[in-house]
Design a protein around this ligand. Sequence first.
Ligand code: HEC
Length: 105
Amino acid sequence: MRIILTIVSLAALTVTAGFAADVTAGQATYNKSCKGCHGADGTPSPGIAKMFPGMKALSSSEAQATSDADMKAIITAGKGKMRPVASVTGPAVDNVVAYVRTLKK
Ligand code: HEC
């Protein structure tokens, strides 16, 4: 019985670790695939902001109020004027969302 419990809890640990988002990897993805429009700190540059009126700073409480699920959908399916970011898939989506959370002011 004890052995079975140990195996079950080890498996649970592995699964949890497997799902833990990697903020450092997320930052690399952000710099490559998001920064050009959203800016290093989540604030779009004036030129970009002019091109896409209505774009919110990712650091803003409004953008941060977006749930993880909705943020993932924005990345993979797009939203309004933002096209889906096809290069970001699988765990990279979770990682980049985790990084965007660190931009919160
Ligand atoms: C080509 C420019 C561009 C790129 C690249 C881009 N975005 Fe966006 N993003 C936008 C625009 C424009 C909007 C506003 C969409 C709208 O509401 O019309 C937006 C909106 C968002 C929002 C919702 C915030 C809001 O304004 O409501 C999130 C979250 C977001 N982007 C995350 C990301 C992430 C993460 C990446 C990288 C994986 C990324 N974006 C890449 C242009 C871009």
